[in-house]
Design a protein around this ligand. Structure first.
Ligand code: SF4
Length: 192
């Protein structure tokens, strides 16, 4: 079976192309720092709150909610776990919950779009729209899944495949500010 990429690496790659290299090629994940652990616990609590929230923010009256929904596709060569899937009678919507940020990053948009691309194969209903929920700001950001977006997801996925295949440590455009918040800082020789 051909290699399948974890979808969250689309976002990680756009943050820094070295992260997929560390995780997929070297199978290396540094021990979690305390702030990462706290962030994950907070994220989990936010998801619990989200369970009881109304669907109005998605423009829906009724929908089944599936949390931590697994998706995998041989066709797209991608797999992952969706924070929440909203299922109505005729269609489905992928939802990704983010804690911080004023607006979703390009990486978060492509991540949730990729989840949406895989959902029809798993659930058997079309997915034309996804959402990024920015919890701290109480905002819901719709993401259209159209041909242009799908192309973009494929382009980034293929860049990652190419980097992994090239067997050369990727150059990184990451700024000092990005490196300072990166868990791989101690493992990148060319960064302070
Ligand atoms: S420390 Fe900087 S260059 Fe190294 S992986 Fe992190 S973001 Fe990329």
């Amino acid at each position: 079976m051909s290699y399948s990429l974890p979808i969250h690496l689309l976002r990680q790659h756009l943050f820094c192309p070295r992260v997929p290299w560390f995780q997929e090629l070297l199978d290396f994940r540094p021990p979690q720092t305390q702030w990462v652990r706290q962030g994950m616990e907070f994220h989990q609590r936010q998801k619990e709150i989200f369970r009881h929230r109304t669907l109005k923010r998605f423009g829906l009256h009724a929908a089944r909610r599936h949390f931590h929904y697994r998706v995998r596709s041989k066709h797209w060569r991608l797999h992952g776990v969706v924070d929440c899937v909203l299922e109505t009678k005729h269609e489905v919507f992928a939802v990704e919950i983010k804690l911080a940020g004023r607006s979703p990053s390009r990486g978060s948009i492509l991540q949730v779009a990729a989840y949406g691309m895989l959902l029809p194969e798993t659930i058997g209903k079309p997915c034309r729209k996804a959402f990024v929920v920015l919890q701290r700001r109480g905002k819901t950001w719709p993401v259209t899944i159209d041909a242009k977006r799908i192309n973009e997801v494929e382009r980034v996925r293929d860049q990652i495949f190419a980097n992994l295949h090239a067997a050369r440590f990727p150059d990184s455009p990451a700024t000092e500010a990005q490196c300072c918040q990166c868990e791989y800082l101690n493992y990148c020789n060319d960064r302070a």
